[in-house]
Design a protein around this ligand. Structure first.
Ligand code: G3I
Length: 418
């Protein structure tokens, strides 16, 4: 089956709950997903249970298992043991998959990184790698991150073996090779700090234009979204950065979202700020026609790359270390529920009116959600609609639900009509 059609079928909201993927789909996104940490899925039943719940996460990405060092550690010897952990988990649970990643300077085996290459020999190595790995996962991925992090933090081209061999021609070469390896999958450029709309974002815009000018296929740009509590741009500034890319005719997505505390433990007010930051990011995706989904880079603070890289920082995810939902989960759930319940009139046509080249499966029907007429209780108070908030610390809105829904407590900060 065609991969995009397959994903749409997998993500169809048959029975919708108050969980993140179900809400995201009702709000018009294709998915709410998470990275899968290969070392944890078979050793932690609580982790596996939440991760495998399609209502919560409709799409999975291997955190490390599909990278070059995992799939072709030795030239010509391909191994899919790690990558297949995610593919098999997604298959078992009816979830979709994003695939990550092909041409990247990091987690690149030394035989590639330190090799002595001509254009011809490196092109051949890249083609062999893509044909094998993308061939192995053909039909299972919604998108591949074809080129990852080609821009340095200051906005210059990031030095790597591909740049030194081909100059920036490696960009269009990579997308052309990827298209040949799998003609049906979405092809993405993926990078971090694009959210700040600075020199790095400018260069990534140029990258898309370079690839397009060369006549090579590029379908999307991934905003990784590795952000910091209290320093996350506003919802409208984030939307502005996303629109710079959709204006070029590519779709966008948040692909590795986490928002870390720069010091720990986080205070209760820092937890609220983190929730607001998450809501701004997810909200910006909802605001932009052509933003097709959000993926978090892990879901529990028990497992994250951050403490290893940024000592003393972390707790960047939606669930705490004991798998309790954090205020950030509530914020994300609320912003999705708000859109799912009250879509602005224009949102139902956002995909069809977009210049973003959004895939055909992002149809008007997936953007159309109905708003039940507001009613009042017999006592005269407003009744909340399905999915809407009906309680929680600081909540001053309706506390009763329209029939047949009842107000269910999700956590201290959020109750929802389900
Ligand atoms: O596989 C070895 C294992 O054999 C060894 O025992 C262990 C000891 O530390 O290390 C393992 O390798 C680790 C690898 O992840 C696999 O788990 C590395 O130390 C560790 O540095 C590596 O980190 C990954 C990082 O990419 C590498 O750049 C993180 O898990 C992963 O979350 C992170 O993901 C990247 C995205 O791919 C691209 N965007 C940025 C993002 C965060 O850095």
């Amino acid at each position: 089956m065609h991969s995009k059609t397959a994903l749409a079928a997998l993500l169809a909201p048959a029975a919708v709950s108050g969980q993140l993927n179900d809400l995201a789909v009702r709000a018009g996104l294709k998915y709410f997903g998470t990275a899968l940490r290969e070392g944890s899925i078979n050793s932690d039943a609580s982790y596996a249970a939440i991760l495998g719940n399609k209502a919560e996460f409709g799409q999975l990405v291997p955190e490390n298992g599909q990278k070059w060092e995992s799939t072709e550690p030795t030239r010509g010897q391909f191994t899919y043991t790690q990558g297949d952990i995610t593919a098999n988990t997604a298959k078992k649970n009816g979830q979709g998959m994003r695939c990550h990643t092909q041409v990247w300077y990091s987690q690149l085996p030394s035989w590639v990184r330190d090799g002595s290459w001509t254009k011809d020999t490196l092109r051949s190595v890249m083609a062999t790698h893509m044909n094998n790995v993308m061939g192995h996962y053909k039909g299972q991925c919604y998108a591949w991150d074809v080129v990852n992090e080609a821009v340095a933090d200051d906005g210059t081209w990031r030095p790597n073996v591909f740049l030194s061999t081909f100059s920036t021609d490696y960009l269009s070469l990579s997308f052309n090779l990827a298209k040949a390896a799998d003609p049906d999958v979405k092809l993405y450029y993926n990078d971090y700090n694009l959210e700040y709309n600075g020199a790095k974002t400018d260069r990534a815009v140029e990258l898309v234009k370079i690839v397009q000018a060369a006549g090579a296929p590029i379908d999307g740009v991934g905003f990784q979204g590795h952000l910091i509590v209290g320093s996350t741009p506003s919802r409208s500034n984030l939307a502005t950065a996303l629109r710079r890319f959709t204006a070029l005719g590519v779709e966008v997505a948040y692909t590795e979202l986490d928002i870390r505390h720069s010091s720990l433990p986080a205070s209760s007010s820092a937890l609220v700020t983190q929730g607001n930051d998450f809501a701004n990011v997810v909200g910006s995706c909802l605001d932009v026609a052509g933003c097709i989904g959000v993926t978090v880079w892990g879901f529990t603070d028990k497992y994250s790359w951050i403490p290893e890289t940024f000592s003393g920082q972390g707790d960047a995810l939606l669930y705490d270390k004991n798998f309790g939902k954090k205020p950030a989960w509530t914020s994300v759930s609320s912003v999705l529920a708000a859109k799912a319940t009250n879509p602005p009139a224009s949102s139902s046509s956002s995909s069809s009116s977009s210049s973003a080249g959004a895939p055909t499966t992002l149809t008007t029907s997936t953007r159309t959600t109905t708003t039940p007429p507001s009613t009042t209780s017999s006592a005269g108070g407003a009744l909340q609609t399905q999915w809407g908030q009906c309680g929680g610390n600081g909540w001053t809105g309706p506390t009763q639900c329209q029939s047949p829904f009842t107000c269910k407590k999700q956590n201290d900060w959020y109750s929802q009509c389900l």
